[in-house]
Design a protein around this ligand. Structure first.
Ligand SMILES: Nc1nc2c(ncn2[C@@H]2O[C@H](COP(=O)(O)OP(=O)(O)O)[C@@H](O)[C@H]2O)c(=O)[nH]1
Ligand SMILES: [Mg+2]
Length: 359
């Protein structure tokens, strides 16, 4: 996408982010770090007697007002039950995908209403942060499967949670393996798409730099200390401090900037123009076969090409509908004329009969 997310300064924008991943990967802490306040509570460590409760709690979005670069952002954060908390992870996954699709369904039904509901809220999820455990190994099969399935419905951004558990060289190798897997399995994650021919130099450089950081190495903390009179969010260890916003320590600041500022508009546009549009087409065409063979482009630039193709197709469809409508109108006119003719004929015939009888 070409445009950078410069939005009008005063009006404010909305954004919805979802966090998904194994339990204990630092999702809740990250959300509180991003929002710079404790918006999400930490749940108790699940025990066999409480494990069933989380299932009943389900997915609850939380709203928070933020300001980034002078732009007011009404941020909605959707925390999800962690994989591994429950014995059956498929129900957990179904709940997450179900939530995302339900927001699409709501737009779909709102769009088809004759009278719009002025209080309608668009709750579509614009970015899903998929938390990978900092194992230093490779992606697990479940991560590959879940990211792949979620990618056709939402912008998936892979992140490594609690990345301070790995040394810089371990982290570098881990990131590399993860991206190799993502490429190998053609998982269409959000990769800061750009077009070398169409986009301006600044966008290309910025997007390429963010792409090179994938998966973002995150560090979260709920503790702030003062350094030279400035608040700094840190994790405190006997051997030193990890500063959340220090680019030498983590990619947390880079991800925040991308989500809340530079790529906010891109994420929303791709959600509406591509992901939602695909869902709508599938839903409306109702061909069950199209469901599993959903377009899963290996690269974001394919998404854009597909989007253009889709628009062409839509135009063609419109022309076809228009022609059909015209044919239908002509047909109606013809029917009316035929009817008039028949009436005239029968009247003439009746007159002829009367005249014959008159003689
Ligand atoms: N080392 C490290 N630990 C973290 C980080 N973020 C969270 N934690 C700790 O990991 C544990 C689980 O974090 P939590 O945010 O509740 O994970 P969630 O289950 O994914 O929501 C807590 O003890 C956190 O203090 C991090 O960036 N680095
Ligand atoms: Mg949590």
């Amino acid at each position: 996408m070409a445009s950078r997310g410069r939005k009008s300064k005063s009006k404010g924008v909305t954004l919805t982010i979802m966090v998904v991943g194994a339990s204990g990967t630092g999702r809740t802490t990250f959300v509180n770090t991003l929002c710079e306040s404790d918006v999400l509570p930490h749940k108790e460590i699940p025990s066999p007697s409480t494990a069933h409760i989380e299932e009943a709690i389900g997915i609850k979005p939380v709203n928070v007002e933020l300001e980034e670069d002078g732009v007011r952002i009404a941020l909605t954060v959707v925390d999800t039950p962690g994989f591994g908390d429950l014995i059956d992870n498929t129900s957990c996954f179904g709940e997450i995908l179900g939530y995302i699709e339900r927001q699409f369904d709501e737009i779909l039904s709102e769009e088809t209403r004759i009278k719009r509901n002025p209080r309608f809220r668009d709750n579509r999820v614009h970015a899903l942060l998929y938390f990978i455990q900092p194992t230093g190994h490779a992606l697990r099969e479940i991560d590959i499967e879940l990211m792949r399935r979620l990618s056709s419905r939402v912008n998936v951004i892979p992140v490594v949670g609690k990345s301070d558990s790995l040394t810089p060289s371990e982290l570098k190798a881990f990131k590399k393996r993860i991206m190799e897997d993502i490429e190998h399995y053609s998982i269409p994650v959000f990769n800061f798409p750009y077009d070398v021919e169409e986009d301006d130099e600044e966008t290309i450089v910025e997007n390429a730099a963010l792409r090179a950081l994938l998966p973002f190495a995150l560090v979260g903390s709920e503790e702030e200390i003062e350094v030279d009179g400035e608040p700094v969010r840190v994790r405190r260890y006997p051997w030193g401090l990890v500063e959340v916003d220090n680019p030498k320590h983590s990619d947390t600041g880079a991800l925040r900037g991308a989500l809340l500022s530079s790529h906010l508009t891109d994420l929303k546009e791709i959600t509406h123009d591509f992901l939602y549009e695909n869902y709508r087409t599938e839903k409306l065409s109702k061909t069950s076969s199209s469901r599993d063979s959903t377009l899963l482009p290996a690269d974001q630039s394919n998404r854009i090409k597909e989007e253009q193709l889709r628009k062409e197709e839509e135009k063609l469809r419109e022309v076809e509908l228009k022609v059909q409508r015209e044919i239908q109108e002509r047909r109606q006119e013809l029917l009316v004329k035929e009817e008039t003719l028949r009436n005239l004929e029968s009247r003439l015939a009746a007159q002829g009969l009367q005249q014959q009888e008159g003689y």
